[in-house]
Design a protein around this ligand. Structure first.
Ligand code: RIB
Ligand code: CA
Length: 312
């Protein structure tokens, strides 16, 4: 029985690979729709990029919605320095022919959770949590209807990537993150602690190219572009492929290990805004509210990803 999911995303090359992995895995995943959010680049671009990615997979039938164009309380911070001015720099992709749905992404999330059987829909946020938090604020009844939230965001041992203290998705909209982490919904977190161990080395990127397919080539060219920032900054062996870890967890959760701990979000301090304060050593009596991942089988992750992309 495939798991019903909504991907909430700010494509971004790594978001794009996550969407392809979901579309390549129909036995495990039924993608009900994609909601775009402002993040890596502004909303008009993330909504366009989400459709470009669906068309790379030959899936112009997927419903793509535009959601919120700015965070709840702060002005939007984007990441063109990482993803390029289009947010999907690398290969030249045609303008999308498939339409954007008229309905607002937040209303799609609300209506879907109200229409589907109780506890059967998983939300997979891959960008700032603005859409998810807005849906919870507008329709508090949906919180108990969500099966699970599996998100990419935050950091503990790895500390921040946009500031010394905060990871980008949480930093952009810390108020939204606070609403989500306090919602009582079961949450699985893929933080930088995990994604910085999922590096696309040259050999792994060559494996994408060696698939000999258009999607394989596109993924390799996204990585060629996306990796230059992280390799320069961290001197790492390749780009961390952040967002596909969320989808890989749905397919093979045993690839990941972590702890069920308390995670709270810093929203008051300018210095540490967006920090995910994970009580990894359980030194407080704050109730655990998230499965915070700490490690993954990187070879197993890339083997799964490459095999699935090869199916497109
Ligand atoms: O910090 C990494 C996250 O920020 C990823 O989701 C990437 O796509 C960007 O949104
Ligand atoms: Ca993202």
């Amino acid at each position: 029985m495939p798991r019903k999911i909504i991907i909430d995303t700010d494509p971004g090359q790594d978001d794009a690979v996550a969407i392809l992995l979901a579309l390549a895995s129909p036995e495990e995943i039924e993608l009900l729709g994609i909601t775009a959010v402002a993040g890596n680049v502004p909303l008009d671009l993330t909504a366009k990029n989400a459709r470009k990615v669906c068309e790379v997979a030959g899936r112009a039938d997927v419903k793509v919605f535009a959601g919120c164009d700015r965070p709840l309380a702060h002005t939007l911070v984007t990441a063109e320095h990482v993803h390029g001015k289009t947010g999907l720099d690398g290969p030249d992709l045609p303008e999308p022919a498939m339409p954007l749905q008229d309905q607002h992404g937040v209303d799609f999330i609300i209506d879907t959770l109200r229409a589907e059987p109780f506890g059967t829909v998983t939300l997979c946020p891959l960008g700032p949590l603005t859409n998810i938090a807005t849906a919870l604020q507008k329709a508090p009844d949906i919180a108990e209807k969500v099966q699970e939230i599996v998100l990419m965001g935050g950091a503990y041992f790895e500390v921040g990537n946009i500031t010394p203290a905060a990871e980008f998705n949480i930093y952009v909209d810390p108020e939204a993150a606070e609403i989500v982490f306090k919602s009582g919904i079961p949450i699985v977190v893929m933080p930088l602690d995990v994604t910085h161990k999922a590096l696309v080395t040259a050999a792994r990127n060559d494996a994408f190219r060696a698939l000999g397919t258009d999607p394989g080539r596109v993924v390799a060219e996204w990585t060629d572009f996306f990796e230059r920032f992280d390799k320069e900054k961290y001197g790492s062996a390749g780009a961390p492929l952040h967002d596909p870890t969320v989808i890989a967890y749905l397919i093979r959760p045993e690839l990941f290990t972590g702890r069920h701990v308390n995670v709270e979000i810093e929203t008051q301090s300018d210095l540490t805004r967006g920090m995910t304060v994970a009580d990894w050593w359980r030194v407080t009596d704050r109730a655990p509210n998230a499965m915070f991942m700490g490690d993954l089988d990187a070879d197993g992750f890339f083997a799964l990803l490459t095999e699935r992309i090869g199916r497109l």
